[in-house]
Design a protein around this ligand. Structure first.
Ligand code: ZN
Ligand code: ZN
Length: 321
């Protein structure tokens, strides 16, 4: 195999396409994965604004096939969990490896990511993609897993009224997942086209200009904007639950008094379990391909990122040649 590969590289100031970046190597402790498709997500766009102070190859949403590593995984189509944990600290031993303080995070913290021809990853992070799940679906496993995390964290009772704030990719996936636990999911969003997409998937939708203040049992904040937070807080009923899904770089000013007065549970929610996400894709319980806007060759990655940053854009994917 050649020692160099194509990759996008973030140097802390600019994103560059490199035609001959040092290719990572696989071995007993790492698997080398040939990337089939990678997704650009809001977190990547935050990184290009300085979030995490990351430099290196970005990208943490991918599907690929194993070319080096443990024999049992060779040639298998895989997706990968993005937190590379130490495996022996207190958190890791308690099964909280996604919170390992010594972890590196693919394309986000001290580890090169998937906007490249190849990515290296610990084999224990890999999940084999079931037959019948296309690459264009499997590349959504990581954000879909983040939506499934909500079900791990909160108890949803049948008949609970849930409001998902945000009609973007994350809001869409959260709404589709939550509907499986409760039929009464409403999505509040800005974009007519995106709300239509959700309506077609059978969800109730409200466009922001038609919003009448109302209180819900559970509110999921998935707007990716600071303004969403205030609206989210105002829409939770007393003793209700507010789940925060967006990571927004920067500081927000917000009065916390309503949380106390209304005794609201606030849950921060990030990465989630891959197994139920793959299962849902396999059983076609979640529709992800309508979320794809465009697939760019990796060599056009800089343009692809600019496109992804335009407001209202659905998922942009990168395809190495
Ligand atoms: Zn992401
Ligand atoms: Zn650890």
């Amino acid at each position: 195999m050649p020692a160099a590969m194509q990759a996008l590289y973030w140097n802390g100031r600019d994103l560059e396409f490199k035609s001959a970046y040092r290719r990572p190597i696989g071995g007993g402790q790492t698997a080398l994965v040939k990337v089939h498709l990678a997704g650009i997500c809001a977190t990547d766009l935050q990184i290009f604004k300085g979030y995490m102070g990351f430099t290196g190859v970005p990208g943490h949403e991918f599907v690929g096939s194993v070319v080096e590593g443990p024999q049992a995984l060779i040639a298998k189509r895989v997706v990968g969990e993005i937190n590379f944990a130490c495996g022996n600290c207190d958190y890791c031993r308690r099964g909280l490896s996604r919170h390992c303080p010594a972890r590196s995070v693919m394309g986000i913290l001290n580890a090169d990511g998937a906007f490249a021809e190849y990515v290296s990853i610990p084999p224990t992070n890999l999940h084999v993609v079931p037959d019948g799940v296309a690459d264009e679906e499997a590349v959504f496993t990581e954000p879909l897993a983040a939506a499934f995390e909500i079900l791990e964290q909160i108890q949803i009772n049948p008949g609970d009224e849930i409001l998902v704030l945000g009609d973007g990719k994350l809001g869409n996936l959260c709404a589709q997942v939550l509907r499986q636990a409760s039929a009464r999911v409403t999505v509040l969003g800005k974009h007519e086209e995106k709300l239509k997409l959700l309506k077609r998937a059978g969800l109730r939708t409200i466009q922001i200009q038609n919003w009448q203040p109302k209180r819900f049992d559970i509110v999921i904040e998935a707007t990716g904007s600071a303004a969403g937070l205030e609206l989210a807080l105002s829409a939770v009923r007393p003793r209700g639950t507010l789940v925060l899904k967006s990571t927004i770089a920067g500081n927000h000013q917000l009065s916390l008094a309503p949380l106390v007065i209304d005794e609201i549970n606030v849950i921060g929610s990030r990465c989630g379990p891959f197994a139920p996400a793959l299962e849902a894709l396999k059983e076609k319980r979640v529709a992800v391909t309508p979320l794809i806007e465009k697939i760019y060759p990796l060599a056009d990655g800089v343009d692809a990122v600019a496109h992804a940053a335009e407001s209202g854009t659905r998922k942009i994917l990168l395809k190495p040649s």
